[in-house]
Design a protein around this ligand. Structure first.
Ligand code: RP5
Length: 268
């Protein structure tokens, strides 16, 4: 069973709140820890945002935990999570911080990560190249994002890649219609690599990231693999990244890439 690491210790992202520190064997909720007194953090950024849940103590807030709540998916890929004193509990255990932090939803926050790959032959060795985006924390990550309420995950995967990676693509109108067709077709066939909890630095005891990571592979490099990636105005934000076992990506993304490398029998 995985022990989360990136959401423990140090300072919580975009804040100066220090996480309560404890050892690996104290992560599980089943390990008793009488002196566990984590600080609470609810970012003001979430205040009155339409995509964010209200404060948990708000009496009008009646979430359906472990269920589809209107079009908000409050179910976890890991099965039912526990509720303690009215709050969902992180299924992977303690994180050293209470509240929902900077995450929009109490409980699971659902994302989707497209892993778009193409070949790169180096010294006769087949290596893969995959798309990445630079996050605000300065780390490279898969160009994934949140599943919108009511949205199909298959739609999120394509949308996020288009938004994050192909955003700045300059093409003629005729060309872009052709490309749109090609992209649509390309995203129809993917292989699910991972579905579940993400060791995301934003996780708390009461809110956490979950994802579905899907590999879309351009075998001959003639589809999406032919694109020169650039985002918006800043060409530095998106790029093709060579895989390597030393690659240190955001959250659990390096693990996903390793699974893709194994699946494609690529050099790792
Ligand atoms: C990670 O956060 C997921 O794996 C996904 O890549 C990402 C989604 O968050 P945003 O990019 O929308 O902030 O846990």
């Amino acid at each position: 069973r995985m022990v989360h690491i990136k959401c423990r210790g140090g300072t919580y992202p975009f804040s100066d709140v220090k996480r309560f520190v404890f050892s690996d064997d104290q992560v599980s909720w089943s390990a008793t820890m009488e002196n566990y007194i984590p600080p609470e953090y609810n970012s003001r950024v979430l205040h009155n945002k339409p995509w964010a849940d209200p404060p948990i103590e708000n009496t009008n807030f009646k979430p359906k935990w472990n269920d589809l709540d209107g079009n908000i998916n409050r179910r976890s890929h890991l099965g039912n999570y526990n509720i303690s004193t009215g709050r969902p509990l992180n299924p992977e255990g303690r994180t050293g911080i209470k509240g929902c932090g900077v995450l929009g939803k109490w409980g699971p926050n659902h994302a989707a990560d497209p892993i778009v790959t193409r070949w790169k032959i180096v010294d006769n060795m087949k290596q893969i190249n995959h798309s990445t985006k630079l996050r605000d924390c300065g780390q490279w990550a898969l160009p994934g994002g949140m599943v919108d309420p009511g949205e199909q995950v298959s739609e999120t995967l394509k949308r996020e890649f288009l938004e994050e990676a192909l955003n700045g693509l300059e093409v003629s109108k005729e060309q872009s219609t052709k490309d749109a067709e090609m992209i649509k077709e390309f995203f129809q066939v993917g292989t699910e690599i991972y579905k579940g909890y993400v060791d995301d630095p934003r996780n708390t005891d009461n809110a956490w990231m979950e994802t579905v990571a899907v590999n879309f592979h351009d075998e001959d490099g003639k589809s999406v693999g032919k694109f020169y990636l650039k985002a918006g105005d800043d060409a530095q934000n998106v790029r093709w990244t060579d895989i390597d076992k030393n690659l240190d990506l955001y959250a659990s993304h390096s693990n996903f890439i390793q699974l893709v490398a194994e699946k494609l029998h690529a050099h790792w």
